[in-house]
Design a protein around this ligand. Structure first.
Ligand code: AKG
Length: 255
């Protein structure tokens, strides 16, 4: 039987769960976040994941940046605890059922004044699965106001299904001919709020023009009853709850 959360998520393609983590939790995770950024900066790697898309050329200047790494749990055990938190997994379970697999996590820091925009896109093509169970969970570690480059999305757009060439790198008439980032619904949030959305929900974000940093961790999750179709995208295949029905000797060995 479907629960209210699942019904709402299925209908809207997203759900914002307020105060999933406490203020105290987010202060701990924000300190870990800052520690990761410090270490990344020291590494001299390119950590700017700015898309620099033609689609957002008119919305941001050329020097914007969004600092990024995948898999925060590879840096910090506290970040792993945040992902394994029972309040978080109980909520994910309401949406996708009892078998929950971590695909990957990613940190995004949109710096004050120069935080990059993300064009409207769907996520599914980066990591497709057979039964389309993939969802994103954006954990807000700072309050995120409109001018801080909060996530914006098109409610119910997952009902359009998986649109070809929807990765956001080029103009797509079905997406950018019908919807704009400016008019998309802004999901402002407080630290501790978590935004869940379907991998076919159209979303993006405006630049951070405020004087405060926007700090989020995005967790990508799929059901253990679903099969990931091959891509080169990082997939840590970590069973957070229940069982992975498609794990094989080869898949486990590929990690
Ligand atoms: O964090 C954001 O503003 C957008 C992130 C996003 O769209 C993505 O990673 O697919």
């Amino acid at each position: 039987m479907k629960n209210d959360t699942q019904i709402k998520f299925k209908n809207s393609g997203y759900i914002l769960k307020k105060r999933l983590y406490t203020k105290r939790d987010t202060l701990i995770y924000e300190a870990e976040f800052d520690k990761i950024i410090k270490q990344l900066k020291k590494s001299n790697e390119n950590i700017n994941a700015r898309w620099g898309s033609d689609l957002t050329k008119n919305l941001e200047c050329e020097n914007t940046s969004v600092l990024h790494t995948h898999n925060v749990q590879s840096f910090s055990s506290k970040m792993m605890e945040m992902i394994q938190d029972n309040r978080f997994l109980d909520y994910v379970e309401k949406i996708m059922g009892p078998d929950i697999i971590l695909h990957h996590s990613k940190l995004f820091l949109k710096p004050p004044k120069i935080g990059s925009a993300f064009p409207l896109h769907q996520d599914w093509s980066y990591f497709p699965t057979k039964n389309k169970s993939m969802i994103a969970a954006v954990i807000h570690l700072t309050d995120t106001l409109e001018n801080m480059g909060c996530i914006k999305l098109i409610p119910e757009s997952h009902k359009l299904g998986q649109i070809e060439k929807s990765d956001g790198h080029k103009f797509n008439k079905k997406i950018h001919g019908s919807f704009t980032l400016e008019k998309a619904k802004s999901i402002t949030a407080k630290a501790g709020d978590v935004l869940f959305f379907n991998s076919s929900t159209l979303h993006g974000s405006m630049p951070n023009t405020s004087l405060s940093p926007r700090k989020t961790i995005l967790i990508q999750l799929y059901s253990g009853s679903d099969e990931v179709l091959n891509t080169n995208h990082t997939n840590v295949q970590l069973v957070l709850r229940g069982w992975n029905k498609f794990a094989t000797r080869d898949s486990a060995n590929s990690l």
